[in-house]
Design a protein around this ligand. Structure first.
Ligand SMILES: Cc1cc2nc3c(=O)[nH]c(=O)nc-3n(C[C@H](O)[C@H](O)[C@H](O)COP(=O)(O)OP(=O)(O)OC[C@H]3O[C@@H](n4cnc5c(N)ncnc54)[C@H](O)[C@@H]3O)c2cc1C
Length: 272
């Protein structure tokens, strides 16, 4: 099948893009790397009247550093993160995650912002950004606003973006040198989306102890609690804790997730 007819517009300023998005309502859609939207168009699951190409806007590629955080423009690609072409505030977590997304051709085009906005529950940044305590920066008809990454994906393929809103950047806090992390996803072959995903972040500098369970039916589950990793060290306690999360998974997916969590916790223990 081929895409239904649409008009492609290439705005040259963010303000013009925002105005166009606000005017056009849901009939106007931004296109970033096109790695997910391209397929949706060809299958006619999306039939926008107009596509707004984000590729022309340098502002959306910009990266700003402060002592506390790095702000990544929404159009930063997976490959730029993988290759270290942008700063890494996460002690290697972001490049590691980027390297495991699909294969190189997809990573060359696919973007951080596009991945979050597509909101596939199995996508890597959808779990990683809440793990990192990142913030999504949005611009829309009523101005700019910020949404914690943990609240940005609302459910499968649904985000906090309102009509006419654009994700402009993602701000990731800098982690201390003592930070340890672990990231495990189960997929049958390289380049596939995850069937189960568990990730951990421990930063003694500010006491962060966070676990994210991803590739669920909806948004990832983010759990932050002091003493969490001590509690999850025991296999029996971990099984109980996972049950308590009431994720509604069938037995096979629940056991894949349990195994990813076990491996992530083991990696965390040995991480430097
Ligand atoms: C074969 C294959 C395997 C893949 N495997 C993985 C994988 O293992 N892990 C993984 O995480 N991903 C995977 N992906 C998805 C890939 O990471 C895509 O890059 C990503 O999902 C979409 O990014 P994009 O820049 O191409 O966005 P697009 O496809 O251009 O857009 C996706 C959606 O987001 C909207 N959008 C894009 N940017 C913005 C913005 N700034 N503001 C508002 N809305 C916006 C678009 O309107 C569209 O609805 C895979 C893709 C393919 C084709």
């Amino acid at each position: 099948m081929k895409a239904a007819a649409y008009t492609l517009e290439r705005p040259t300023a963010l303000a013009a893009l925002n105005a166009r998005l606000a005017d056009g309502g849901w009939g106007v859609k931004p296109i970033a790397g096109g790695q997910s939207l391209g397929a949706m168009l060809n299958l006619r699951l999306a039939q926008p009247e107009t596509l707004l190409d984000l590729d022309t806007l340098d502002e959306l590629r910009a990266v700003h550093e402060t002592p506390e955080a790095v702000r990544f423009g929404a159009m930063v690609t997976h490959a730029q993160i993988e290759d270290g072409k942008v700063p890494d505030p996460t002690r290697g977590l972001m490049p590691c995650v980027a390297r495991g997304i699909a294969y190189r051709a997809v990573r060359n085009r696919g973007t951080l912002g596009g991945s979050l906005c597509h909101a596939d529950p199995a996508a890597d940044w959808v779990s990683t950004m809440p793990l990192l305590g990142a913030t999504c920066l949005l611009a829309g008809p009523d101005g700019a606003r910020e949404v914690p990454a943990a609240d940005f994906v609302v459910s499968a393929f649904e985000t906090a973006l309102g009509e006419g809103e654009l994700l402009t950047a993602v701000q990731v806090p800098r982690r201390s040198n003592a930070t340890r992390w672990a990231y495990r996803k189960f997929c049958r072959k390289t380049g596939e989306f995850a069937n189960a995903l568990a990730a951990c972040l421990l930063d003694p500098a500010d006491g962060t102890e966070r676990v994210v369970l991803g590739a669920l039916d909806g948004a990832p589950r983010v759990v932050e609690e002091s003493g969490l990793f001590a509690r999850l060290a025991s296999g029996a306690e971990r099984a109980r804790w996972l049950e308590e999360q009431a994720l509604g998974l069938d037995d096979a997916r629940q056991s894949m997730l349990a195994e990813m969590l076990r491996l992530a916790l083991r990696d965390l223990e040995t991480a430097r």
